[in-house]
Design a protein around this ligand. Structure first.
Ligand SMILES: [Zn+2]
Ligand SMILES: [Zn+2]
Length: 329
């Protein structure tokens, strides 16, 4: 399949049948997306440098970093790969662990998140997709920007008609009392995610002010960073990057978010093989979430780990000449 690199003028639903040709956003638009995503992160780095000493110390930076990794993995391993796609199975106490960590990211109650994401896969880039940057946007730079803002954050506050996910999307999970428990007390897990870094920083610094800064950096700023990175998977990874597999939508593999989003930025791989526990399918595609699942598997904490077969990967590959010869199943 060849890619076209013309300016997209999408005003109706993208076709989702086999043979769908992906659109490539123009270079100016891709640079603009990169700018919008990078500015808040650069602002964060500048804030840390400027406030170093009175406003932030090593313990707060550590709480921000560790909190980002842990609650980020709660979303990628827990909310996404385990609960939404059932890419692997794990003991009940690990389900609770990942469910609570994911809830601490403050991206919504578990069942709501899973419902929206399952609908995103079912309707990827068509009119019922809850957060497509491509569907329904008008032509021109402004239209593209509006589509991007909708996919990044706008869909949360101004949903398009019929883009909500009904309870039927999560009927299987609602039967499990453990999952209902994690879902019902979502506000408690968020509060814990704010309180814990505060208590740790208080204990380490020995001052109440140190504890307050722990809540700020390890709680509030950490939530902000995880939100921004997660939302960038929804927006940038449907616009910006390359397609290794025919997924019949606009999903892209984006190396920046492959790393920053702990493996989720290999988003074209994910749309092509949604139930795969591994998103970074090539050896060089760093996927921290997969490495953790692999480690869990090694110590017996993950089983029934799902991966695409070599035949399936070869069949969906966009490479002109697949490296692996096609074999019939
Ligand atoms: Zn997607
Ligand atoms: Zn998914």
């Amino acid at each position: 399949m060849t890619q076209i690199s013309t300016v997209p003028t999408i005003s109706t639903a993208l076709p989702v049948e086999a043979g769908h040709v992906p659109h490539m956003a123009p270079l100016s638009v891709r640079i603009m997306y990169g700018f919008f995503i990078a500015v808040p992160l650069l602002g964060l780095v500048a804030s840390i440098i400027l406030l170093w000493g009175p406003g932030i110390d090593w313990i707060h930076l550590a709480l921000l970093g560790v909190g980002y990794i842990l609650t980020g993995l709660g979303i990628t391993i827990g909310y996404h790969r385990l609960f939404t796609h059932k890419a692997f199975a794990t003991p009940r106490w690990m389900m609770l662990f990942w469910g609570v960590l994911g809830s601490m990211a403050a991206e919504g109650p578990l069942l709501t998140w899973v419902g929206v994401h399952r609908k995103h896969h079912q309707h990827s880039d068509d009119e019922l997709d809850p957060h497509s940057p491509n569907f329904g946007r008008s032509a021109g730079l402004l239209g593209v920007l509006r589509g991007w803002l909708h996919a990044h954050v706008g869909w949360i506050v101004m949903a398009r008609p019929n883009s909500g996910a009904s309870a039927r999307y999560t009927a299987d999970l609602r039967r499990d009392p453990l999952i209902r428990f994690v879902d019902r007390y979502w506000w408690l897990w968020i509060a814990l995610g704010l309180l814990l870094p505060g208590l740790i920083a208080w204990a380490v610094t020995g001052t109440v002010w140190g504890g307050v800064l722990g809540v700020l950096w390890g709680g509030l700023v950490r939530i902000l960073v995880v939100h921004h990175i997660t939302w960038s998977v929804n927006s940038a990874c449907h616009l910006w990057g390359f397609q290794s597999y025919r997924s019949h939508d606009e999903s892209r593999n984006n190396p920046v978010f492959g790393v920053l989003a702990l493996g989720e930025g290999w988003h074209n791989n994910h749309h092509a093989f949604p139930t795969s526990a591994r998103h970074g399918l090539a050896w060089w595609q760093f996927d921290l979430s997969w490495l953790v699942i692999r480690a869990m598997q090694a110590v017996g904490l993950a089983h029934q780990v799902r991966l695409p077969t070599a035949e399936r990967m070869a069949a969906l590959s966009t490479a002109e000449e697949p490296t692996a010869p096609r074999t019939s199943p």
